[in-house]
Design a protein around this ligand. Structure first.
Ligand code: G6P
Length: 611
């Protein structure tokens, strides 16, 4: 969602900011803008892509060593030039960029209107900067104090950066619920929603915490809380490499990330698993293994693709640990009156570690006494920090909006956690434990082999690129894969697709099947193989067009299906890590053939930081 970039130093601010905004494009947005100090505080903004803003800036006098820039994902007010950020204060001496929602904006707006303020946009953000300026004028205080006082009155979530005409070296940033990273360079500072705009300039960063305000003035960074307590900036080293956030010769980030999976899974296993010595250690959860083994139940909270990973984990934990598991959409869980008991173990799964609903759901569970384990990809993210313990997935930055390598890394981490707990609990035999370690170690090679099916899958994609509907069916561990396959297709190709448990087809979706309907079966050799073969027959009998993902050497299904995709044999519980790969490729190729913007599909955001 909204992307924030701020810069103050000795470089050309416009260049740093525009480049930074391009790095943040993957988050999803519909307009962009920039404010610079050049013979005045000037704001330029445009509906559409950053490239359109860049075009609009051509020929303008923009030299400035300080500035703020923003990509907006519309919440309050439609995407247009006026609602785009930055927004001016009443006097136009201040400009603000904002990610999040000020929930009490309408009452603040009314108060300000009563005082004679008028507004040009429909946004909550413009209200906030007017409010700050109003406080500054009434209290005759410094800008940072006015920001602090204003934030004590604000309800909602925010990451903001403010600059002022009267302080040419001053940037003020604050956060609650939306991420902000400050890059510390040599006589220069960068502020951004995540580290991607910063990494090429410095690897020293400070992650701002909730309720903190950063004041960068005359080359000094000071941090205080909204309660006015001074904090010492904690500078951390970024581990990210620049090449990890570039396309590296691929047409799209999504394809790059699909193809990276043998490596990302290896990275996820590295240093944690060694089948020869029987070693399986996840440092992040070590102290909690006993507690997990004694848990009465596990609750998994997640959204989107991460929720699908949670569903696979449910089956795994039940299989190996015999612990009841409930997998919850974070957005539903937090608005019910969920029963959480002290001692409940909660897993929060999130690629970005910033999904607002997941974050709020774990806060709720925490307040009821649950122990929270984060399974996040982004190091230092809000969910990772709000968790008691956890394990990173180490998949590297995922830029394509459709999640791919994060999903397989989540499954890898969750299966390791599950095996550690099962061993502790004694619900897995030594032999099975060892077999599983070997199988996990072999997964990267099997994923590599599956990726070689790319050309075959591209041909299948060509056959079905004009379909208007798709059904994805699977059973057992492959049921969540069916859901994930359908989600990938709708996200990036805008084809309507539904994932279903294959046996449930008879309770509804079967009515949709005719000679036009492509039905993707994930029918690898497992405990429900015979059953799914019958389901394929049922679809065939109604002239549906069957595409089947099967285990190499399958003798039965190739005779029934119009297209068969053969993946290597994998132990049933780990099969989703492999069987999802052809579905990722299928949706990718279909989307490309339909001319869709694969990496930035319409309306979607990579990191959903509003509720
Ligand atoms: C958005 C993304 C999805 C992702 C979901 C959950 O919808 O587009 O790819 O699965 O959020 O995100 P998280 O970062 O919490 O895994």
């Amino acid at each position: 969602m909204c992307g924030i970039v701020g810069y103050v130093g000795h470089r050309d601010a416009q260049q740093v900011i525009i480049k930074g905004l391009k790095r943040l494009e993957y988050r999803g947005y519909d307009s962009a803008g920039i404010a610079l100090l050049n013979k005045g505080l000037n704001v330029y903004k445009k509906k559409g892509k950053v490239s359109e803003l860049e075009e609009y800036l051509k020929g303008k006098e923009l030299a400035s060593t300080i500035g703020i820039g923003h990509t907006r994902w519309a919440t309050h007010g439609e995407p247009n030039d006026v609602n785009a950020h930055p927004h001016y204060s009443s006097s136009k001496k201040l400009a603000i960029i904002h990610n999040g929602i000020i929930e009490n904006y309408s009452s603040l707006k009314q108060e300000l209107i009563n005082k004679g303020h008028s507004f040009t946009s429909e946004t909550d953000t413009e209200v906030l900067i007017h409010f700050i300026e109003d406080i500054q004028e009434n209290n005759h205080c410094a800008l940072d104090e006015a920001v602090r006082l204003a934030l004590t009155k604000v309800v909602g979530a925010y990451a903001i950066v403010i600059m002022s005409l009267e302080d040419p070296n001053l940037l003020i940033a604050a956060r609650k619920g939306s991420p902000l990273v400050i890059g510390v360079g040599k006589n220069e500072y960068f502020i951004a929603s995540d580290a991607t705009p910063i990494i090429e300039y410095t690897n020293e960063v400070v992650y701002l915490n909730d309720f903190e305000i950063a004041v960068i003035n005359d080359d000094k960074l000071k941090i205080k809380t909204v309660e006015d307590a001074p904090m010492t900036p904690y500078i951390q080293k970024l581990e990210m490499e620049l090449e990890a956030i570039e396309k590296g010769g691929f047409d799209h980030f999504m394809l790059k990330e699909i193809c990276e999976q043998p490596r990302s899974i290896k990275d996820c296993l590295r240093g944690r698993l060694d089948s020869q010595s029987g070693r399986l250690v996840l440092g992040g959860i070590r102290e909690y293994v006993n507690k997990l083994a004694n848990a009465d139940r596990i609750i998994i909270l997640a959204c989107g693709t991460s929720w699908h990973a949670g569903l696979v984990a449910e089956y795994m934990f039940e299989e190996f640990c015999r612990i009841p598991v409930e997998v919850e959409y974070a957005s539903e869980f937090r608005y019910r009156n969920p029963i959480v008991r002290e001692g409940d173990m909660v897993f929060a799964i999130s690629q970005s570690g910033e999904t607002a609903d997941t974050l709020a759901a774990i806060e709720l569970a925490k307040s009821k006494g649950a122990t929270i384990f984060g399974v996040c990809n982004v190091v230092g993210s809000s969910i990772a920090r709000a968790s008691h313990a956890g394990s990173y997935t180490h998949a590297g930055p995922e830029i394509g909006v459709a999640s791919t390598k994060a999903f397989t890394a989540q499954l890898t981490v969750l299966s390791m956690i599950c095996l550690i707990v099962a061993q502790k609990k004694g619900t897995i035999t030594d032999q099975k434990f060892h077999e599983m370690l070997v199988e996990l170690e072999n997964i990267p090679a099997k994923v590599e082999k599956t990726l070689k099916l790319n050309d075959q899958i591209r041909e299948i994609a060509y056959t079905f690129k004009d379909a208007t509907n798709f059904l994805y069916l699977g059973r057992g561990f492959n049921f969540p894969v069916a859901l994930e396959g359908a989600l990938k297709l709708k996200e990036i190709s805008y084809i309507h697709a539904e994932g279903y448990p294959a046996a449930e087809m008879k309770h509804g979706p079967i009515a949709l099947i005719d000679e036009e309907m492509p039905v993707v079966f994930i029918a690898t050799r497992d405990s429900s193989y015979e059953k799914i073969v019958s389901n394929i027959q049922e679809v065939k009998a109604r002239k549906g067009r069957v595409i089947a993902v099967v285990t190499e050497g399958d003798k039965l299904i190739p005779d029934m299906a119009e297209f068969t995709i053969e993946v290597p044999a994998v132990q049933e519980t780990l099969m989703p890590i492999v069987s999802v790969i052809p579905l990722q490729l299928l949706s990718y190729h279909i989307a490309v053939m339909r001319g869709c913007n694969v990496d930035q599909p319409r309306n979607l955001a990579k990191s959903v930081t509003v509720e």
